[in-house]
Design a protein around this ligand. Structure first.
Ligand code: GDD
Ligand code: MN
Length: 433
């Protein structure tokens, strides 16, 4: 067979797996290499199932059998990324791979201590996604708490509705979170889900009942060239927000109690979710721009006041020109910083346009302050703050739309697009087929 015919070979559809194979005793077989990939010469499968595992040796054999049975008839591959130190989870998998002839279907990656900078559930899932070749990727826990029997329903929902992300939800009618350990864990899960929905209210995440689910399926092209940088465990958020999912859907499922082993979840993991949400929020262009705008504006106020004080110290007091000079300097200062930071991705904003906008915003601020401070209205400090807030909003909106907006970009020519990140096929060195 020539290499090209090898390449054309269709992905094998998964055969029925035997009922829960009992993993052979650890000492019965020589330890095979602990990392192995399928002979990746077949056509990409329809779906890659990514399973993160750590210390699941007792149950992983049965779980793999369940997964293979659920995938029967679907062109699929299973990618396990394992970080076990204390048990032989990868050894169990590799023996089954050999015994059951799963070379074309099962990829096992074991990451010994020190082999990667950070061994966590999050980095394992990202590594699995990067190794996946399927049109769709389905991520679920490898401990049996996520039922693999639901994978075909997720896939069917994606194909039927054209959804780019399908989450398995505990909180849809028909789903259940009963397997979550204790009322506290349930409340935290619910609460963090609400935080995520509120934080990304402007995105389709808002429509999901379980945006932090560890069980989800998505079109792999959603994350092509996207830098997934997990903070903690919630890779669903990375895929939804950084991948920019536009058509998400959900399917209910019941989160099962753990059959063996222990949960690795901690309070610190829960707190990491909040940090993750914040990191993603700041990464969204609008928020970053807003924060930059605020910081630059505050520095402009310092320039303005500083200039006035300096001129007063030099004896130029009570004149209108120091006021004018101080504002001109502040506008110039803000303009350069906005170019450099706030709208750094939109070259071409002109100084005179910004000057006009800043002048207009100042007039609005004065008008609003005056209006608010009329007798029987707000106290002066509040009126002044209100004027500044509305003036700043006018400045931001007009700068964004006009000064650094479409008009400016047309003058400056097409915006240079960042070169797409080289889609490097994950390093497969050292893998045995
Ligand atoms: N590779 C790798 N590395 N896998 C890990 C690690 C790690 O450091 N830590 C945990 N895992 C694997 C476990 O072996 C299991 O298959 C899966 O990730 C989930 O870990 P658990 O420790 O069982 O977490 P949980 O059940 O308490 O919480 C899970 O389910 C929740 C409900 O969907 C997680 O997926 C949560 O993110 C999720 O909210
Ligand atoms: Mn679990």
């Amino acid at each position: 067979m020539t290499p090209s015919t090898l390449l054309e070979r269709p992905a094998p559809a998964v055969r029925a797996a035997p009922a829960d194979p009992v993993p052979p005793a650890a000492d019965a077989l020589p330890t095979p290499p602990r990392t192995a990939a399928a002979a990746r010469t077949s056509a990409p499968p329809l779906v890659s199932v990514v399973l993160p595992t750590r210390h699941e040796a007792d149950t992983i054999g049965g779980f793999l059998a369940r997964t293979l049975r659920a995938l029967e008839g679907i062109p699929a591959e299973v990618v396990v990324v394992d970080d076990s130190d204390r048990d032989d989870t990868p050894g169990v998998l590799l023996r089954l791979r050999e015994e059951l002839g799963l070379e074309d279907v099962l990829v096992v990656r074991h990451r010994p201590a020190g082999s990667v900078p950070e061994r966590t559930l999050g980095t394992a899932v990202v590594e699995g996604i990067r190794a996946a070749r399927g049109e769709y990727v389905c991520v679920l826990d490898g401990d049996g708490q996520h039922p693999p029997e639901a994978i075909p329903a997720l896939l069917a929902a994606a194909r039927r509705t054209g959804a780019d992300y399908v989450g398995a939800s505990r909180y849809l009618p028909g789903g259940s979170a009963a397997g979550l350990d204790g009322p506290l864990r349930k409340a935290v899960s619910r609460g963090l889900g609400l935080v995520a929905r509120a934080a990304f209210a402007g995105t389709p995440v808002r429509r999901l009942t379980d945006p932090l689910s560890g069980f989800f399926l998505f079109r792999r092209d959603l994350v092509a060239g996207v830098d997934l940088r997990p903070v903690g465990w919630k890779i669903s958020l990375e895929v939804l927000v950084r991948g920019g999912a536009r058509r998400p859907a959900e399917v209910p499922y019941a989160f099962a109690p753990r059959a063996g082993g222990d949960s690795k979840a901690t309070v610190a993991q829960g707190l990491l979710v909040l940090r993750h949400v914040l990191t993603l929020l700041l990464g969204l262009a609008g928020v970053r721009r807003g924060l930059c705008f605020g910081a630059v504006g505050a520095s402009g106020v310092a320039v303005n006041t500083g200039t006035l004080l300096a001129l007063a110290a030099l004896g130029f007091d009570g004149l209108s020109w120091p006021l004018w000079l101080a504002s001109e300097l502040a506008i110039l200062w803000n303009y350069h910083l906005h170019r450099r930071f706030t709208w750094r991705d939109r070259p071409g904003g002109s100084w005179w346009a910004y000057h006009l906008v800043a002048g207009l915003a100042a007039l609005v601020a004065i008008a609003v302050t005056t209006g608010l401070a009329q007798p029987a209205h707000a106290p002066l400090w509040l009126a002044s703050l209100g004027g500044i807030a509305i003036g700043a909003a006018v400045n931001f909106v007009l700068s964004d739309a006009v000064v650094f907006g479409r008009l400016a970009r047309r003058r400056a020519g097409p915006t240079p697009q960042p070169a797409p990140a080289a889609a490097s096929e994950p390093e497969l060195a050292g893998l045995t087929a």
